[in-house]
Write a protein of this length. Structure first.
Length: 78
């Protein structure tokens, strides 16, 4: 899964780089590359903030819930 993500990321990053090197307007470049302008703008925003695209290294803490015999109103206390 990580490989697939990084491969797609690299391809999109290369396309954005090609746009910058082309000298074309975003609209014309998108027309030539069969891409919608709003998709390109999304990519540009993502690449301006690299932390939003890269794989997170968060460490998750497991939570074990104990079963209770009494009726509950559906709330969970943490």
């Amino acid at each position: 899964m990580v490989y697939l993500f990084s491969k797609k990321y690299s391809i999109k990053k290369q396309k954005v780089s090609n746009l910058k090197d082309s000298g074309l307007t975003q609209s014309k470049w998108c027309e030539n590359n069969n891409l919608r302008v709003h998709q390109l703008k999304y990519w540009l925003i993502k690449f301006d903030n690299p932390h939003s695209c890269q794989e997170s290294n968060n460490n998750w803490i497991p939570v074990v819930l104990e079963e209770s015999n009494n009726e509950s109103d559906g709330t969970l206390e943490v």
